[in-house]
Ligand binder design. Structure first.
Ligand code: SF4
Length: 322
């Protein structure tokens, strides 16, 4: 379990630490390779329940992995039911990070326990808890099969909200047309475009990365091609140590070319939505490649971040998994 942002707790159920297939760009490799000392996983839902009960500021639990939708309905219920039974007033949203709709939509249609899973989802929603899928789609073709359309319909019919996200990946989806097409198709299927991410600084980043400037140009161009209903999407965003850093653009201020940035999430909530500036670097592919603009020595959050890591060592140790 990990409590990175004030309102969200991430939970890594032990039976959800694999996937229907493995994405070559995935940063979660420690979950799959049998190196238990690097792996996040717990069977102890009671720890999660007690934690959320005692931390009233936590409103959201994100079930993540791997892919929690690899679990059979009965196993997933063993994690969910104790949370429902506990009647935790501050628990408002259960999120499920999954690529099942892309890789195995039959999970919600023809699998032998598909009905049981949907009934469990309905129980969450009837309890007054928002159930949000953080659905990973990397390309519009993943939205075109009758199976995925049927699965989405079954989920949305019972009140599941489906938000969509993907990294922008060289060789796979690095054109504005692909993203605009993907967002339109998602909205037509009643899904909510949510995030364009920058590939993380792990694994095969070199192969899949595009520069921050090009990611922003791709985002901007795609955003301009779609109507307001698709513009719920945020990005391009880096999930890095201080938080989720969005690239708002490249511009010139007092003769200096800069990246304009802001945090969509921050280790300290006060950091969120505050614009800040980095020196322009045409080769930058990640936050580490950026330096503060206007000859500043540090970004505004760095002193506090250092203090936080000195005080809470575990944050730093677990950073690579988020
Ligand atoms: S990106 Fe998601 S679905 Fe793909 S391998 Fe990683 S955790 Fe599994």
């Amino acid at each position: 379990m990990q409590h990175k942002y004030q309102r969200n707790s991430l939970f890594f159920p032990s039976q959800g630490q694999t996937c229907h297939a493995y994405c070559t760009f995935c940063f979660r490799w420690p979950q799959f390779v049998g190196m238990d000392e690097l792996k996040f996983a717990t069977k102890e839902v009671s720890l999660l329940r007690d934690y959320v009960q005692s931390h009233k500021e936590v409103t959201d639990i994100l079930f993540t992995g791997g892919d929690p939708m690899i679990m059979k309905a009965k196993i997933f219920a063993s994690y969910i039911q104790p949370l429902l039974d506990a009647d935790i007033p501050n628990l408002q949203t259960i999120r499920i990070g999954t690529k099942a709709l892309g890789y195995w939509p039959y999970k919600f249609t023809t699998d032998d326990d598909a009905g049981e899973m949907l009934t469990l989802f309905e129980a969450i929603i009837k309890k007054g808890i928002n159930l949000s899928f953080m659905a990973h789609f990397s390309h519009p073709v993943e939205l075109e099969t009758p199976a995925v359309k049927e699965a989405i319909k079954k989920l949305t019919n019972i009140g599941v909200q489906i938000r969509t996200q993907s990294p922008i990946l060289k060789h796979i989806n690095d054109t504005p047309e692909i993203w605009a097409d993907m967002w339109r198709k998602q909205v037509n299927l009643n899904c909510i475009p949510y995030y364009m991410f920058i590939p993380r600084d792990t694994g095969a980043q070199e192969y899949f990365a595009i520069t921050l400037e090009n990611a922003w140009k791709t985002f901007r161009n795609a955003y301009q091609q779609v109507s307001g209903v698709c513009r719920t999407v945020r990005g391009p965003s880096m999930s890095c140590t201080p938080g989720k850093v969005q690239i708002l653009g490249v511009t010139e201020i007092k003769g200096e070319k800069v990246f304009v940035l802001r945090m969509l999430q921050g280790r300290n909530p006060d950091w969120v939505a505050k614009p800040f500036f980095a020196k322009y670097n045409q080769n930058a592919i990640w936050m580490d490649d950026l330096k503060p603009a206007f000859n500043a020595e540090r970004f505004f959050f760095e002193d506090e971040l250092e203090w936080r890591f000195n005080e809470h060592v575990n944050d730093a140790e677990t950073e690579r998994f988020e």
